[in-house]
Design a protein around this ligand. Structure first.
Ligand code: ATP
Length: 251
């Protein structure tokens, strides 16, 4: 059984069947990519994992426990952390202050903005944030305003902020969208490094096939809300149905 199990999940938006009978099993400590053409249902599916949407039918379990009916915060506490398409960082704060926020939230169950002026007085949190910045190769940027960083570094910071919560499952929604090639390659290297250094499962939605084939051990191809095929990257590359539904279109 996988750490994330999706069984017969269906979701309608009015007359549109966005997901129909989706079955998916994400193996613990693997990198599993979900790909498919625009409108295939990838984001809808991801939203069902994190409590943003509740499927009409089926079940989603994480480590044997249902996530359905739980709030995004509760699901986060279960060990699922999500990186969004647009980096969700606090542009007005420094890189260090940004990194401290999830560490506060993990300790206190929430983060209050009133805590910001006193953040540096919390020795344990400063130390934990500094360690996380070193792990992310960002220690030299600790005093920079987050808004002033490149897209790639913002993404690196956001991934670091997710990892500071010590998730068991990291969900990435098009992590390299809008990036220049150099930033994309840095993000690929960062994710490979994270995978080598931690016990973590990664599920990734991505349009960039270079990213998908660089990282994924398993790939599920969604088309019109239903998994078309699930296989290894090598088998997916040559699969005629996949070429027709997705790779052909991308080419
Ligand atoms: N909140 C919503 N209300 C109505 N329709 C929606 C909603 N969210 C998604 N849809 C529709 O559901 C279908 C699946 O959308 P979804 O965003 O999940 O696809 P996707 O595979 O992530 O696409 P993309 O690669 O373009 O991001 C699309 O037809 C979309 O227009």
């Amino acid at each position: 059984m996988g750490i994330l199990e999706v069984k017969d999940v269906g979701k309608r938006f009015g007359g549109l069947q966005a997901l129909g009978d989706v079955n998916l099993s994400v193996k613990e400590n693997s990198v599993h990519a979900i790909i498919g053409p625009n409108g295939a249902g990838k984001s809808t599916l991801l939203n069902c994992f994190v409590g943003k949407l509740i499927p009409d039918t089926g079940s989603v379990t994480f480590d044997g426990q249902s996530v359905l009916g739980r709030t995004p915060y509760e699901i986060n506490q279960m060990g699922i952390s999500r990186v969004f398409q647009t980096p969700e960082i606090f542009g007005d704060l420094s890189v260090m202050e940004n990194m401290m926020i999830p560490i506060f939230a993990k300790r206190d169950g929430a983060f209050r903005l009133q805590a910001i002026p006193h953040m540096m007085e919390e020795k344990d949190i400063v130390e934990a944030a500094e360690k996380q910045l070193v792990d992310m190769n960002m220690a030299d940027k600790r005093n920079m305003h987050a808004a002033a960083m490149s897209r790639g570094d913002k993404r690196r910071l956001e991934i670091g902020m997710c990892l500071a919560q010590e998730p068991r499952l990291l969900l990435l929604d098009e992590p390299t969208a809008g990036m220049a090639r150099a930033d994309t390659n840095n993000t690929i290297d960062l994710l490979k490094q994270i995978k080598e250094e931690r016990d973590i499962t990664i599920a990734i939605i991505e349009h960039d096939m270079h990213v998908v084939f660089s990282l994924a051990e398993r790939i599920t191809v969604l088309a019109q809300g239903t998994p078309l095929v699930e296989d290894t990257p090598d088998n997916i590359k040559g699969h005629p149905k996949v070429r027709e539904a997705y790779l052909g279109e991308a080419a």
